[in-house]
Design a binder for this molecule. Structure first.
Ligand code: KIV
Length: 300
């Protein structure tokens, strides 16, 4: 990284800002929505420049970058720290931050204060909360407080203990009915979009057809209005076996291992840094090392 070089490598004509309305129009016109998670400035900038519509600062950052076992320990302060970095990078993408476990469970007022922090302090355009009909009152409350809300139903990782593990949801008829009612309740409460996670393709298709707001699927098949994946899953950066629904686009772990090993080798064999990678005193010839005239260097 150049400490003095410009950060700004974006094209001169910025892409228009993606809003909740853009996503709605995409659904209506049959244009699909591409979404990815990001947790830091450089990744968010790359994703934004690639034209991805939605960036989610997911609480999956707990595992992906903080090394937690699941999303449950993630705090508001951790979420805000990463959301601010993403907020500084993205120009065009619609930015959503996950409300972490515990930040919206105690009271409507506390949930509202926490949600507003993502908008005020991190430049997010919406928050995402997990849960169905049981969250409808909260979605309504946040919407009235000018906080756009994205719902998240199906396999909701913050319900890990209640679900008894990360299990595909909505496989039985009653569970399909319950999830469909949840989706309808969240839409009626004002949600601007829904994430459908870990549900059968057929159920995702049914919910998508039923709703006027866009659905964004992860492990929910191809019939949603859009798709989201965790950035680290795409590039083999999770140190774990990928789920069935993950498609890997490159092996960044291998690329980083290789680069790090070559750097180590170069340092240990003095092949890095070279003379060309070094600064020189004025008047000195690059490539010729002569310390005798330098009072500072000759002391060493
Ligand atoms: O936290 C996250 O990354 C998410 C996505 C998997 C939807 O909630």
């Amino acid at each position: 990284m150049s400490l003095t070089g410009p950060h700004d490598v974006s094209p001169s004509v910025p892409a228009p800002k993606t809003t909740a309305n853009t996503l709605l129009l995409k659904k209506r016109s049959g244009h699909l929505i591409a979404a990815l998670t990001a947790y830091d400035f450089s990744t968010a900038r790359l994703i934004d420049e690639a034209g991805i519509d939605v960036i989610l600062v997911g609480d999956s950052l707990g595992m992906a970058v903080l090394g937690y076992e699941n999303t449950l320990p993630v705090t508001m302060e951790e979420m805000l720290h990463h959301a601010r970095a993403v907020g500084r990078a993205a120009r065009s993408a619609f930015l959503i931050a996950d409300m972490p476990y515990g930040s919206y469970h105690s009271s409507l007022n506390e949930a509202t204060s926490n949600a507003i922090r993502f908008i005020k302090e991190a430049g997010m355009a919406a928050v995402k909360i997990e849960g169905g009909s049981n969250r409808a009152a909260l979605v309504e409350h946040l919407t009235l407080a000018e906080v756009p809300v994205v719902g998240h139903i199906g396999l909701t990782p913050q319900s890990l203990h209640r679900m008894g593990g990360y299990k595909v949801q909505g496989k039985s008829a009653p569970s399909m009915e319950a999830l469909t009612s949840d989706a309808i309740a969240l839409q009626a409460a004002g949600a601007v979009a829904l994430v459908l996670e870990g549900i059968p393709r057929e159920l995702a298709a049914r919910i998508t057809a039923e709703l006027s707001i866009p659905t964004i699927g992860i492990g929910a098949g191809p019939d949603c209005d859009g798709q989201i994946l965790v950035f680290h899953d795409l590039f083999n950066l999770t140190f774990s076996t990928a789920a069935k629904f993950v498609r890997r686009y490159a092996d960044a772990a291998r690329m980083f291992h290789d680069g790090i090993s070559r750097y180590r080798e170069d340092v240990l064999t003095r092949s890095f840094p070279s003379d060309a990678e070094s600064y020189h005193l004025p008047g000195k010839t690059p490539g010729v090392v002569d310390n005798s005239e330098s009072p500072v260097l000759s002391k060493a």
